[in-house]
Design a protein around this ligand. Structure first.
Ligand code: THU
Length: 131
């Protein structure tokens, strides 16, 4: 799976976004260590805070499929500028995959590869908790 293929998958997911409030469509494609790609899109609700980000939607699909280890993520949005995961998504991705490479994309599929540990410096992980 090349970076460009993963990004194309994320772009296809973006077209499934349910974003009637922000009009900001986001797509994500998460590559599992098992070689499978899990897609997600953002899903907004009228009760705004219930909204689910594309990255965590992809992660939920993967976990439901029995995959909990990941190598790369592509994330792409409809707006201008580089699409980078929000703080909540950074935390959740870091907990599952502290070595993850995040392909942050512009709307036209140009990308910048950024390690999750760089997006979330001094990240908090489960290894800090007792027992
Ligand atoms: N959003 C994502 O899907 N991922 C992010 O990392 C940032 C934000 C979504 C949530 C909401 O539906 C819209 O973008 C605007 O915040």
């Amino acid at each position: 799976m090349t970076d460009q293929e993963l990004i194309a998958h994320a772009a296809a997911m973006r077209s499934r976004a349910v974003a009637p409030y922000s009009h900001y469509q986001v797509g994500a494609a998460l590559l599992g260590s098992n070689g499978k790609v899990y897609g997600g899109c953002n899903i907004e609700a009228a009760a705004y805070s219930v909204t689910l980000c594309a990255e965590r939607a992809a992660l939920a699909c993967a976990v439901a499929d029995g995959c909990t280890s990941f190598t790369r993520l592509a994330v792409i949005a409809s707006g201008e500028g580089l699409c980078t995961p929000c703080g909540m998504c950074r935390q959740m991705l870091f907990e599952f995959a502290p070595e993850l490479t995040v392909l942050c994309c512009y709307a036209d599929q140009r990308s910048q590869a950024i390690p999750i540990a760089e997006l979330l410096p001094f990240g908090f992980g489960g290894d800090r908790l007792p027992g």
